[in-house]
Design a protein around this ligand. Structure first.
Ligand SMILES: [Zn+2]
Length: 275
C-alpha cells in the first residue's frame, strides 16, 4: 500500500498546500479520502486521477473536505468511454450532498451531452452512508469506519484501510475519542489533522479560537497514536501552517507524546507500507 497526502492544507488558502485530501493506493485501486481544494491537480502529480478512484471516502461534510467533489464527478464522467459510476462513501448526509452537487452541475452536464455524440450517459454515483463497521471488502482489501468526534459537526467518521495485515487510518477532523482509538489500534500509519493550540491562542482571533473546540492539537494526535501503538504518525491540515523551516517544532511537540515515526506532511508526501 502507499499513502500520498494530496492536500496538506486547511480551509485557509495557501499557495503551497491544496485542501485536505489523502490518496491510499491498494491492489483494489486508489481510494481518495476527502476531496479538498485542488485535489485533482495533486492527483495528477501523483499519477492518479478520477478514473482510477475505486471510491471516494468522506470523513465529514465540512466544505474544505468536500469542495472539489464536483470536479471529481465531472472529470471522471467527461473523460470516461463507458458508464463508470463513482462510489462515494461517507457519513449520513453524503447522499444529500451528492444529489445537490449533481443538481449544481445540471447545466454543464446538459451542454456536454448535447455536444459530444459519444457521451450518452449522465454521471453516475453510488452512495453509501456509513457509521461503524465494515464499509467495503474487495480481494485482500478491507475498509472499516468508526465514529469520530468533531461536534457540533455530526456525524463524522474515520476510515481504516487494510491490506494483507497492514493498515492505514485516515482520521479526518476529530478530537480524541473512543471510536478513533478503536480504529487506530495497531495501525501502521495514522494520518491525522492537527492544529497548534499555542499559536492559535497567541493569535487570539475569536473565529480561529473556535477551531480549538473540535480539532486535535499536535499533542492530542500524538497521544492517540501512542495509545494505539501506531508506527507512523502523519500530521496534516495544520493550522496555522508551519512556516518554512519550522516543521521540526511540530515534530518536537509530537515527540514529547509519541515514540514512533513522525511526518509533517507537505503536498505529495508519500508513505510506503510494505505488504
Ligand atoms: Zn472539519
Amino acid at each position: 500500500m502507499q499513502v500520498v497526502i494530496l492536500g496538506s492544507g486547511s480551509p485557509l488558502p495557501d499557495p503551497e498546500r491544496a485542501g485536505p485530501s489523502t490518496l491510499v493506493r491498494t491492489s483494489a485501486g486508489d481510494f481518495l479520502v476527502d476531496c479538498g481544494r485542488g485535489v485533482l491537480l495533486r492527483a495528477a502529480a501523483a499519477h492518479s486521477g478520477p478514473g482510477a478512484f475505486r471510491a471516494v471516502l468522506l470523513t465529514h461534510l465540512h466544505s474544505d473536505h468536500t469542495t472539489d467533489l464536483n470536479d471529481v464527478i465531472t472529470t471522471r464522467w467527461a473523460t470516461s468511454f463507458s458508464p463508470n459510476p463513482l462510489t462515494v462513501i461517507g457519513p449520513a448526509g453524503t447522499g444529500a450532498l451528492v444529489t445537490a452537487t449533481e443538481a449544481m452541475l445540471d447545466q454543464d452536464i446538459g451542454y456536454r451531452l448535447a455536444h459530444h455524440a459519444d457521451l450518452g450517459w449522465w454521471p453516475g454515483t453510488l452512495v453509501r452512508e456509513v457509521t461503524d463497521g465494515v464499509v467495503l471488502e474487495e480481494g485482500t482489501v478491507r475498509i472499516t469506519s468508526a465514529p469520530t468526534d468533531h461536534a457540533p459537526v455530526r456525524p463524522t467518521v474515520g476510515f481504516r484501510i487494510e491490506e494483507a495485515g497492514r493498515s492505514v487510518v485516515v482520521a479526518g477532523d476529530t478530537v480524541p475519542c473512543g471510536g478513533l482509538d478503536r480504529l487506530c489500534s495497531g495501525a501502521d500509519v495514522l494520518v491525522h489533522t492537527v492544529v497548534r493550540r499555542d499559536q492559535i491562542q497567541a493569535i487570539g482571533l475569536p473565529r480561529l479560537l473556535d477551531v480549538l473546540d473540535y480539532h486535535s492539537s499536535v499533542q492530542d494526535a500524538a497521544r492517540t497514536a501512542s495509545r494505539a501503538g501506531v508506527t507512523t504518525l502523519v500530521l496534516t491540515h495544520m493550522v496555522p501552517p508551519p512556516r518554512p523551516g519550522a516543521e521540526q517544532e511540530w515534530v518536537d511537540l509530537a515527540r514529547a507524546e509519541f515514540d514512533g515515526e513522525i511526518i509533517v506532511a507537505a503536498d505529495l508526501s508519500t508513505v510506503d507500507v510494505a505488504l
